[in-house]
Design a protein around this ligand. Structure first.
Ligand SMILES: [Zn+2]
Length: 327
């Protein structure tokens, strides 16, 4: 027997791995900020002393430090476990600096009154001036629209498990069309809708993405009438394919994606997308692998003064989000 409810579950967004982890105490890497408590805007000294000679463009891009403090209602608040937010902001900022098409795309959105793009560009302006605390203030209070919640035990604002929140807050940067058709003539659910790309993009494997884009999905039980057979497929907006796409990967205790599963590029509905970055979750800490000019780099907010040369990721790592750029 076919179980409609069960099948529908497959369509629903799954909670991701970091969500399954328990909140860690001060001894975990993520909970240990390694950060001076009075370091409000003191990062500049460190980062400006870094040697830059011989580095490519990617090495001259400012890097968000882990943790820190933000101002909220004239009070300084320590932020803890900020890596789930830092990495996503850093990826956007890095591709914005590296690729003119991305910069142009965000600026055009901003000019078209896209509020998200406007807030992101303000975060970037702060990062340009190494105003890292200010960048985090804007990100947390205006982009993620969070209200500070002080964790009494850790004595600060704990951002553990905030990655989903960041991703939802920037979801209107990439939109696609989703088409739905039902064989039941009296079902009125058929049609097309413009959706945020991220709204339906939580995958179990990086290989599912091409399948999802390039093949229509049929379902024996229509999500609307529960009688007809439905088909669902994706197309680009009439204005074209988004410059940036990103998807999240399910990470549970027994399965999740590792780095070797990430392809170099994807062919999606006739467009080629290159993998430019992916976030890595290991021992309750997020880092990012960047790919640029045939080289790979690692960003880690705990050692934010420079990008690290790529090294083979240790076993136990899980890929959390993958960022693609249209070629
Ligand atoms: Zn139907």
């Amino acid at each position: 027997m076919f179980d409609c409810a069960l099948q529908r579950l497959e369509f629903e967004k799954s909670r991701r791995g970091s969500s399954n982890s328990k909140k860690k105490g001060k001894n975990s890497r993520g909970g240990n900020p390694d950060f001076p408590a009075d370091s409000y805007e003191q990062w500049e000294k460190n980062s400006s002393s870094q040697p830059k000679e011989g580095h490519s463009v990617i090495n001259s891009i400012n890097l968000l430090p882990y943790g820190g403090q933000i101002m909220h209602r004239n009070t300084q608040i320590r932020i803890l476990n900020s890596c789930s937010v830092d990495n996503q902001i850093q990826i956007l900022y890095t591709v914005y600096n590296l690729y003119p098409t991305v910069a142009q795309f965000l600026k055009q959105l901003h000019e078209a009154d896209n509020l998200t793009a406007g807030v992101i560009l303000r975060i970037f302006a702060s990062l340009d001036h190494k105003k890292y605390a200010q960048a985090k203030e804007i990100a947390l209070l205006q982009l993620l629209r969070l209200k500070p919640v002080i964790d009494a035990e850790l004595n600060g604002w704990n951002l553990f498990d905030s990655e989903d929140r960041v991703l939802m807050s920037i979801s209107d940067l990439a939109k696609i069309r989703q088409h739905y058709e039902c064989t039941n003539p009296i079902c009125n659910i058929s049609g097309e809708t413009v959706i945020a790309f991220s709204a339906s993009m939580v995958l179990h494997s990086p290989l599912e993405l091409e399948e999802m884009f390039n093949n229509s999905q049929t379902n024996k039980c229509c999500e609307g009438c529960n009688k007809g057979q439905s088909s669902k497929w994706i197309s680009w907006l009439r204005s074209g394919a988004p410059i940036l796409l990103r998807f999240a990967l399910v990470d549970t205790r027994d399965r999740g994606a590792t780095e070797d599963m990430i392809p170099i590029f994807y062919n999606l509905l006739g467009e080629r997308y290159l993998v430019k970055a992916y976030t890595v979750h290991i021992r309750d800490h997020f880092t990012t692998v960047f790919k640029h000019d045939s080289k790979m780099y690692i960003y880690d907010g705990l050692t934010h003064n420079s990008l690290k040369r790529y090294y083979t990721l240790p076993s136990g790592h899980r890929i959390s989000t993958v960022w693609l750029m249209k070629e």
